[in-house]
Design a protein around this ligand. Sequence first.
Ligand code: GUN
Ligand code: ZN
Length: 442
Amino acid sequence: MTQRLLRGRLLTFHREPQNGEDTDAYTYLEDGALLIRDGIIQDTGPFPTISAKAGDVPVTDHRPHLMMAGFIDTHIHFPQVQVIASWGAQLLDWLNTYTFPEETRFASDGHSATMARAFYDQLIAHGTTTAVAYCSVHKTSADAFFTEATRRNMRMLGGKVLMDRNAPEALQDTPQTGYDDTKALIADWHGKGRNGYVITPRFAITSTPDQMAMAQALAQEHPDCHIQTHLSENKDEITFTKQLYPQARDYLDVYQSYGLLGRRTLLGHSIHLEPREIDALAETGAHPVFCPTSNLFLGSGLFDHAGLSARGIANGIATDVGAGTSYSMLQTLNEGYKILQLQGAVLHPLQAFHWATRGNACVLGLEDKIGTLAQGSEADVVVLNARSTPAMALRMDRVENLAQELFVLQMMGDDRAIEEVYVSGTPSKFAGPQPERAKVPA
Ligand code: GUN
Ligand code: ZN
């Protein structure tokens, strides 16, 4: 039995705050404690109480820093770690020019394994303890993704993309091989340890109707798997999709007509939606995923979080690396705040931090396992330092309350603000070999 007691300022959410005054939505303790046993939060509360009950357990004191549930990223592309910051294109050109060529490299076991290590190092460095990822078309990329997640004991979701057209030959499967590889991956990984498989038709443009039918079969055979795809990110993408699926009432209807919409469905971007599509999202419980840095980077458009939320639709929020420009959920919330501002909506910092933790956990239906620091939850914890840079420290000298501190973290924070990350109760940010400093050529 491994036990440890974490001490620090503690923040955890019970539900989404309605506004800044909604203090019942969360617990905040100036001197809080988490008793962790075998990767699970065994007890939590004021430090003096928990420490007296716990007895002789090693204590790690993180005061004055803030302990929260680890961040959850609900849309990211594992094979795009070397695509991030590729210049000058919008979605379809960006895919063809930069992304597809890069993803062909994941046919190699060795490359996939090396990139998987780099990918998880980045997630942890930025305080992300769970992500929902697209792998490449190659089975080997998904094997590498889950092998490394298992080694680190991280709760990860992901799947190999199904794509059988409109991409380089080396990136195409067929309806049958896509189905067979997905079946094998589900058998090998889904529900093993903390892994979850996500059935992943990349998007309508890269899947034939035959492949969509195979995705439907997979979804019916594995109703406990999540499903992820992309929806209405870019106007040219929408036009092309409607040409490829002329029978569809709209873009979403491509997925709806193959039975792919439900509470376990994640729809990346969902920016340019028609009224019928919004009705269908509300009826089916499928989840749009807001990808702020990506939507700005590719010039895709402004996600209508307020409008969709008003219809009772629960949106995820995510980085979408490599079109997204940062692994940081803090930076994602920063750009998300600005996109809402451009539409006359505001995001309170308490709502923002709820979104990146419990909110995203709810979108995944995993709020009993991750996203909070409640007793019985898995011990994925991030420790935040709002004075991690000189500019932040200067601003913090004038900060008077928790909400203001959170907003400094949201607007100015990045991986430097992540003091420590616990994955299943194990300190993980500084666990591995430290990356070498960039060498300046002589
Ligand atoms: N649509 C289909 N594939 C992708 C992708 O890799 N990134 C983004 N942003 N959109 C997509
Ligand atoms: Zn994406």
